[in-house]
Structure formats: C-alpha cells, structure tokens
Ligand binder design. Structure first.
Ligand code: PGA
Length: 241
C-alpha cells in the first residue's frame, strides 16, 4: 500500500485530485468509481476547477458510484445522485448517460443489484475507485458483519452509520434505513483504489483497517490485500499510524 500523509485536508484533496486527473488525462475514456460524503467534496471542487481551466475533459469518462440510499429518487436532495450532480456532474462536460448510481427507487432490489454489477462489467471494470471509510470501517455501505458480501447488494444500515449520516438530514429518523452498495469484490476488482481519510475521528478505525487483521468486522481491512491501493490521509487521521 502506498501511504501518503498530508498536512491537512486541503493537501489531502489536492494529492487525491491529481491522481484522478492523471487517470483522466492518461485514459480519457476511463471508468471511475466515485464516493460521496464529506471527505471527497474538495476533490470534486478541484476537478471542476481544472475542467474549467481546460485541463480536464470528462467527455468520454464513465462513472459508477459506490452506493445509493434505498427509497430515495434521483431528484431527492438527500440522494447520492443529487449530491453527485450538485458537486461534480453539473459542472463538468460528462455525458449524463455515462454516470451511474444504483436506482434507489427500483422495486426489484435483486434485479437492480444484478443490473448494476453487469453494467460495471460491460464498461470494462473500474480503472480507479475513490473510497472513504466510515467510523465503523465500512467502505461504500459494506457494514461490519460476519462475512464479506462480494457483489452489489441491499444492506440494512447500522445505527452508527445512520447517526453519522444524520448530519446531512433534518433528523436521524429521516435517514433511510437501507441502501444499495457495491460489494467487496466489486470494489476489489477495481484496478486501482484511492482511499481518502481526514480527521482525528477516523484515526482509530484507520489504524485497525491498515494494521489490524483482515476481517469482515472491519470491511476496509480487505484493502490490505489489493495490489494497488493509495491511502491519502491528513495528519489527524494518521495519528496512530
Ligand atoms: P465521510 O463518509 O466522508 O462523510 O466521513 C465516509 C464514509 O462513510 O464512507
């Protein structure tokens, strides 16, 4: 694992955005795996700025997001689809047809998951997957459990995740209790993985994920087995490493 410690969130974002930009420049029709949450926000803002200055062309880029809340439509302001439009897609020249997230409103969960998995495969797989980590060690919405679930599936969100995500909702009651997420194998099949982490509140789980046993109790620990992972974390998140 390539580990990059940065002074602060700004530097973490710059280092990560440069890796994504390099991927787009080297392979203009690359497939990016994208993440939501607070951590990637500045990365997306930098990518937009580089697009505006003519450095980045998203015309042929394809994207697949890690996850989406079950039950939220694309135009719901809390959906991850909405987040992606607000924070990236609407400000770059990406073809909306080339952007994919699981459809939170799909009535047939199994079919939705199978279709999403197939769509990634048909696109040729993910070249570069951006990841954050949850306080409980989740990647995407792969929550801690007794086993690693390989493929895209529907999960029951854990109390800790619902509480953490309630900061984006009016109250924790409003946070959906289920979500679609890429599976662990879906993520591990990406050719390259870029894990970004900020803040002291993630320091303990980051240490467990990077130096602890590889076990489904800490889903991110599986990344120890991937041959091409870059971790970029600010000094607060790296406190115990
Ligand atoms: P955050 O979320 O970037 O908002 O901390 C990370 C995650 O839960 O995967």
């Amino acid at each position: 694992m390539n580990i990059i410690r940065t002074g602060d969130y700004q530097e973490m974002s710059q280092r990560a955005a440069r890796i994504i930009a390099a991927q787009i420049i080297l392979k203009p029709d690359c497939v990016l795996g994208l993440a939501t949450g607070a951590t990637p926000l500045k990365i997306y803002h930098l990518l937009i700025a580089w697009h505006e200055s003519g450095v980045l062309d998203f015309r042929n880029v394809k994207t697949f997001n890690l996850d989406e809340y079950k039950g939220l439509s694309r135009d719901n302001s809390q959906s991850y689809s909405y987040y992606m439009h607000e924070n990236l897609f609407d400000y770059v020249n990406i073809d909306p047809e080339n952007t994919s997230l699981p459809d939170g409103t799909s009535v047939d969960s199994e079919k939705e998951c199978m279709n999403y998995e197939n769509k990634i495969r048909l696109a040729g797989g993910i070249d570069l997957q951006l990841l954050g980590i949850g306080h409980n060690g989740h990647i995407g919405f792969n929550e801690p459990g007794n086993s690693f679930v390989p493929k895209t599936h529907c999960v029951n969100l854990q109390k800790r995740t619902i509480e953490a995500n309630s900061r984006f909702f009016a109250s924790s009651e409003e946070v959906p209790k289920q979500a679609y997420t890429m599976g662990i194998k879906t993520i591990m099949m990406a050719k390259k993985i870029l894990l970004v982490v900020k803040g002291r509140d993630k320091a303990e789980i980051l240490k467990r994920a990077i130096t602890g046993p590889v076990a489904p109790e800490v889903p991110a620990s599986i990344l120890q087995l991937h041959p091409n992972v870059t971790l970029i974390a600010d000094k607060d998140a790296m406190e115990y490493l």
